[in-house]
Write a protein that binds this ligand. Structure first.
Ligand code: PEP
Length: 272
């Protein structure tokens, strides 16, 4: 079965919302949650509660077991599909792994790469992340590269340095031609699943550093076109102020993406 992703136009930045020249992307990372029936029920609720927003892109990233079922359920709708991880090879003797080729064949358009939980619990290094980024492009998937510092690193004043290192190493060897599609998620580790959100100013500061680095590495046009998401305890009551920041183009949402009313409010953010 080959399910080609719908709405490929949205992967390139062109729509304008709230003065930004990049299409906002609101992505739900369901992590290791939801059986297939639970996933399908959430998709039904999201279809009903998040429709009618053509100026923003809405993405769900279910666990691997639900991907194909969710792919069928979102086909033809405004919801887009992403995976949470991929292997760097297309196929081979890697028991338990799933390749980008497999993900693309069931309709995934995006894949999260280098999430801090994978770096922390599954020993993913910057070198592994780099191989996965290359694999995502090879298979036609848009990578969402996650970067962000631990609390200890922030307290030592290293937040910008950590993001810069993870970006330089994660993107090493990548040509500028891929930049119309790259998505970067700044996710401070101390804010993920903790209920402690970076303030809009803290998030904007690192987003500006990231955009500056992308400009240095790939040129101003590429940097201006790259969507930068914030992630870390996004909730209905903090999304508006985060999205009001000039360099925050969307959110990668964990816990709050598991409840349709919360995710719908996040998707319907209002930035002034
Ligand atoms: C995440 O999983 O990327 C995340 C940001 O989680 P949470 O929103 O629960 O902090």
């Amino acid at each position: 079965m080959s399910l080609s992703p719908e709405r490929s136009d949205l992967a390139s930045p062109k729509a304008k919302t709230a003065g930004k020249a990049r299409t906002p992307l609101l992505a739900g990372n369901w992590k290791m949650c939801k059986t297939i029936p639970e996933a399908l029920s959430l998709v039904d609720e999201l279809k009903a509660s998040c429709s009618g927003l053509p100026d923003r892109e809405i993405l769900v990233c279910p666990p691997a077991t639900s991907l194909e079922s969710v792919s069928r359920a979102v086909r033809g709708s405004f919801l887009r599909l992403g995976a949470q991880n991929l292997h760097w090879e297309s196929e081979g003797a890697f028991t338990g792994e799933i390749s980008g080729r497999m993900l693309a064949s069931i309709g995934c358009a995006y894949v999260i790469v280098g999430h801090s939980e994978r770096r922390q619990y599954f020993s993913e290094t910057d070198a592994v992340v780099q191989k996965k980024i290359h694999a995502a492009y090879r298979e036609g998937l848009v990578p969402i590269l996650c970067v962000g510092e631990t609390l200890e690193e922030r307290e030592k004043g290293l937040a910008s340095d950590v993001a810069a290192r993870q970006i330089r190493q994660g993107l090493s060897g990548l040509g500028p031609e891929n930049f119309s599609k790259l998505v970067v998620a700044y996710e401070p580790v101390w804010a993920i699943g903790t209920g402690r959100t970076a303030s809009p100013a803290q998030a904007q500061e690192i987003h500006a550093v990231i955009r500056g680095l992308l400009s240095e590495l790939y040129g101003g046009k590429a940097a201006d076109g790259t969507r930068l998401l914030y992630g870390g305890s996004i909730k209905p009551d903090n999304i508006d102020s985060l999205m009001a920041q000039p360099d925050i183009d969307g959110g990668l949402v964990g816990g709050a993406s598991l409840k349709a009313p919360d995710f719908a409010r996040i998707v319907k953010y209002e930035s002034r």
